[in-house]
Design a protein around this ligand. Structure first.
Ligand code: ASP
Length: 449
């Protein structure tokens, strides 16, 4: 049995958490390949090491005094090392490394920031490996560049390159427990590049696929994935089993337990993912796999949603007859570098739903001007839109899923602007004004659970 285990930032936030992680690692001899994040939050208002590093980098780029920011980062590592009774020599090493990163060349700010951001994970991995060795465990730190994790040269938003898989497959070669830092790899030019935020989940998934693991364990700070956001509904139903497809849709719509991009590598290899709690490792957790037993299963596995959408409404008489009209509109968005999310359409109308964060006053004005030039009758943008989704492998097989949802909305006087059923085989999506968002999710949860 081969297990790849990834531990998130809250599992490494302090010495006590790191001890729990090390106990979990050594409690099963199949756990040989371990991915770690940078130390995360110890309490609600705490700041993650990655965010401290970003503040340090930004302060340096602005040319200010950064002694406070530098100390804040080093003190987090110092406290951990001290509480683990480790030689303070390691703090010296970490301090030297982070100093050299933040004082490095700033000509390319993206490249500069990535090297600095990655030092959170990198030093955490070194520290965990050293701690394990100090307790007599056969462990080693693995450098992602040395192991051959090659990423595209997109600073802060990199993707894995295919050759990485063969390189990383060689990690199976000896008996030592390998501690691999998450979140970053190297470009073909040898520069450090980071994955999107939360990317250690992705590193773990890449490693699991590369070594053909039997299971990819993802340790976090909750007992399971819940059917709805626990910040909106108290003690929601836990989900013990779900499919890749369901998880993909739920992560898209705001479930943050597992990174949206992390499913792809394991999905293609059919490797199950097991989400578990570092603070309760014996708990059931949530398993994500290809198939689930649909018998006696609620047709709705989860309810999710997200705010921050904008809808570009376009009306043109006889639009349906004009071949290529939608392509021309999408080409405008492509040229303005704006990804679209959904395109609900009528006979003479389409709405293009995009994330608001990709628009600004200038790009919005420019896009509307260009779309108008296509001879449209009406074009405008509506902001502050929310999307709410019900997700479940059998939600469309049930004749009354939509009826239950509609009744829940009507009972709460929630106006639905868009319904998308059938484009996805495992979800139904509702568009509405953001002001209805919370109430809509709670109403759906009550109706289905
Ligand atoms: N430390 C990085 C972040 O905070 C990556 C991760 O934790 O997965 O985004």
């Amino acid at each position: 049995m081969r297990i790849v285990s990834k531990f998130g930032g809250s599992s490494l936030a302090d010495a006590n958490q790191i001890k729990k992680v090390c106990n979990i690692i050594t409690s099963n001899s199949d756990r040989k390949l371990i991915v770690v994040s940078a130390p995360g939050k110890r309490f609600n208002d705490d700041v993650k090491v990655t965010d401290l590093l970003i503040s340090l980098g930004n302060a340096h780029l602005q040319g200010g005094d950064v002694s406070y920011e530098f100390k804040s980062v080093i003190n987090r590592f110092r406290l951990i090392a001290k509480d683990l009774s480790m030689e303070l020599e390691i703090v010296e090493e970490i301090s030297k490394d982070i100093f050299s990163k933040y004082t490095s060349d700033i000509k390319n700010p993206g490249k500069y920031m990535d090297a600095l951001k990655a030092s959170g994970e990198d030093n955490c991995a070194k520290l965990v490996a050293k701690y394990l060795i100090s307790t007599g465990v056969n462990a080693e730190y693995i450098n992602p560049g040395y192991a051959g994790l090659i990423l595209s040269e997109e600073f802060g938003n990199a993707h894995v390159l295919p050759e990485s898989y063969d390189n990383l497959a060689r990690l199976n070669n000896n008996d030592a427990i390998k501690i691999f830092p998450g979140f970053f790899g190297y470009s073909i030019h040898g520069d450090i590049v980071t994955l999107p935020r939360g990317g250690s989940d992705v590193t773990g998934s890449i490693l699991a696929a590369a070594v053909s693991a039997d299971i990819y364990e993802n340790f976090t700070d909750v007992d399971s994935v819940f059917a709805v956001n626990p910040n909106l509904v108290k003690n929601p139903t836990p989900i013990n089993d779900l499919t890749y497809k369901e998880m993909r849709e739920l992560s898209y719509a705001g479930f943050s337990v597992f990174h949206e991009e992390a499913l792809t590598p394991v999905y293609y290899k059919g490797i199950p993912v097991h989400i578990k709690n570092t603070n309760n490792p014996e708990g059931k957790g949530t398993k994500i796999h290809k198939y689930v037993n649909k018998e006696n299963r609620n047709p709705v596995t989860g309810i999710a949603g997200d705010k921050g959408f904008s809808s570009i409404y376009i009306r043109k008489y006889l639009m349906n007859r004009e071949i290529g009209f939608t392509r021309k509109v999408l080409q405008i968005l492509e040229e303005e570098n704006i990804p679209y999310e959904h395109i609900p359409s009528g006979i003479d109308e389409i709405s293009i739903v995009v994330r608001k964060k990709f628009l600004n006053i200038d790009s919005e004005r420019k896009i509307l001007k260009r779309i108008k030039k296509l001879g449209t009758d009406e074009v405008y943008v509506t902001h502050n839109q929310a999307l709410v989704m019900i997700v479940g492998e059998s939600c469309l097989e049930n004749v009354n899923t939509l009826a239950i949802a509609s009744k829940a909305f009507a009972d709460h006087n929630i106006h639905i602007k868009m319904i998308n059923q059938g484009s996805s085989k495992v979800s139904i999506m509702f568009g509405m004004d953001e002001r209805f968002y919370e109430e809509a999710i709670i109403a759906l949860y009550k109706a289905f659970y």
